[in-house]
Design a protein around this ligand. Structure first.
Ligand SMILES: Nc1ncnc2c1ncn2[C@@H]1O[C@H](COP(=O)(O)OP(=O)(O)OP(=O)(O)O)[C@@H](O)[C@H]1O
Ligand SMILES: [Mg+2]
Length: 258
């Protein structure tokens, strides 16, 4: 039985995941995270992807500790937290996390290590947002047992639907084995282009299954990809862009949900 509850915890623990690569997970974590921080919410991003893209995007260079040190080493969570912006902290990751998988697999309760290590942060943040790698691995299993809810960014490609089925199956299994109550609370259409018929076809299919949790789409936007290169969020790089508008709407939706 998963017990991530603490006497007065108040963080929403959100896992941004899709087993398919390049669906806008990291851009969503960083831009939504900053949107929430700008709205005065206290936000922690946890990067569980050895590519370390969230930290890169936010301009974090050579942090002393990373998620590896927390999961496998002796570092404490406060030691691994880096302040990225006002109200926005991150536990960054890097390629050292690749071998962590092996070390984790030998540990007792190996699917629960992240939950154990992040215990104690619950009262310090309004939102804890986990950026996941596009793979089915033990780190992602750890993210799923830690989170209460999933945000699922889906790009407007026909093949997107295949990966979602795998994820939903895995959630079912995790919920059963760990008596967890994880659910997809937001499906976020990404790379949306209303002039492209593919976007319409994919949206129609998604709406059939996910209408209750469908978020406002994030349109394809050059500014979103450029912002990452400049190590800025979309709200810093171009607050007047369609990307900023879309991520602001998403931020408002997430705040409205609680
Ligand atoms: N709405 C968008 N419009 C245009 N480009 C985008 C958009 N969202 C993300 N991108 C760009 O697409 C690429 C993939 O986005 P991102 O890194 O957020 O995806 P990801 O799902 O985290 O990828 P991975 O699976 O490798 O972790 C990046 O170069 C990013 O800058
Ligand atoms: Mg990513």
């Amino acid at each position: 039985m998963i017990d991530n509850t603490e006497s007065q915890h108040n963080s929403r623990r959100i896992c941004v995941i899709n087993y398919k690569g390049g669906t806008g997970k990291t851009c969503t974590v960083v831009n939504l995270g900053h949107g929430l921080a700008l709205a005065g919410k206290r936000v922690l991003i946890v990067d569980t992807d050895p590519q370390g893209s969230s930290g890169y995007h936010l301009g974090i260079r050579n942090p002393k500790y990373s998620l590896y040190d927390l999961l496998v080493g002796n570092a404490t969570s406060p030691e691994c937290i880096v302040n990225a912006r006002q109200n926005l902290d991150i536990i960054p990751s890097n390629e050292r996390l690749f071998p962590a998988e092996m070390a984790l697999s030998k540990m007792k309760n190996r699917e629960m290590i992240l939950s154990q290590k992040l215990r104690g942060l619950q009262n310090q943040y309004d939102y804890i947002i986990v950026d996941c790698a596009p793979s089915i691995n033990l780190l992602n299993q750890n993210s799923l047992t830690y989170a209460q809810e999933i945000f699922l960014p889906v790009s407007m490609e026909y093949l997107s639907l295949v990966g979602i089925k795998q994820l939903l199956n895995n959630i079912k299994i995790i919920n059963k084995i760990f008596r967890h109550n994880l659910k997809v609370s937001k499906l976020i259409p990404t790379f949306f282009d209303k002039r492209n018929s593919k976007s319409k076809v994919v949206m129609d299919s998604l709406n059939r299954v996910f209408s209750q949790v469908m978020a406002n789409p994030i349109r394809s936007s050059v500014a979103i990809s450029e912002a990452a290169g400049y190590r800025q969020t979309i709200f810093e790089y171009n607050p007047k862009s369609s990307g900023a508008e879309d991520y602001q709407i998403l931020t408002n939706e997430v705040i409205a949900d609680g």
